[in-house]
Design a protein around this ligand. Structure first.
Ligand code: CMX
Length: 135
């Protein structure tokens, strides 16, 4: 597996509008998309920094993954996502290496990407996402 670039960095925030306003100032660019991902219980907002995106994540449910994360750890970096080709094959290679997969096969994430997460318990504490552009 050889990711081409960091696709995005996910940042958990409590107040999406306040976070958008801050990142618009910091990055000097407008948020280009806001999207709710219902099955992940989050509302997302995206910025571009070169090839990489910043994905702000606000929870829509305290029992969702971002709601639980903020409750335990507070706001901050939630995950890092790498762009790969051949996501299903990459998952098999990682599983064979003993990495714990959260998603055994790719599923649909924000922006229509095919995505899969690796468990932070087997990635030295960093929730890791792999993303592939759909063909
Ligand atoms: N980064 C690092 N560690 C994390 C974490 C994160 N983002 N989220 C949870 N953990 C840790 C917790 O701190 C906890 O550690 P301890 O056992 O040491 O306390 C452990 O993982 C278990 O956490 P939990 O709160 O009990 O939560 P669950 O086990 O129910 O779920 C996880 C954890 C990672 C499996 C779940 O959050 C998940 O499936 N995440 C992937 C999906 C996701 O995060 N979606 C939101 C983003 C969607 C998007 O980008 O569109």
């Amino acid at each position: 597996m050889k990711p081409s670039h960091i696709e995005h960095i996910g940042i958990a925030v409590k107040d999406l509008d306040a976070a958008i306003a801050y990142y618009e100032k910091l990055l000097g660019s407008k948020c280009y998309a806001v999207e709710e991902v219902i099955d992940q219980k989050v509302k997302t907002a995206f910025f571009k920094v070169g090839q990489t995106k910043i994905e702000l994540l606000a929870s829509t449910d305290p029992e969702g993954p971002v709601g639980k994360f903020i409750e335990k750890k507070g706001e901050g970096i939630h995950h890092i996502a790498f762009a790969v080709e051949g996501l299903q094959d990459a998952l098999k290679v990682l599983a064979d290496e003993g990495i714990q997969l959260i998603d055994q096969k790719p599923r649909k994430g924000a922006e229509g990407l095919n995505i899969a997460f690796l468990h932070p318990k087997s990635t030295m504490g960093v929730l890791t996402e792999l993303c592939e552009q759909p063909k």
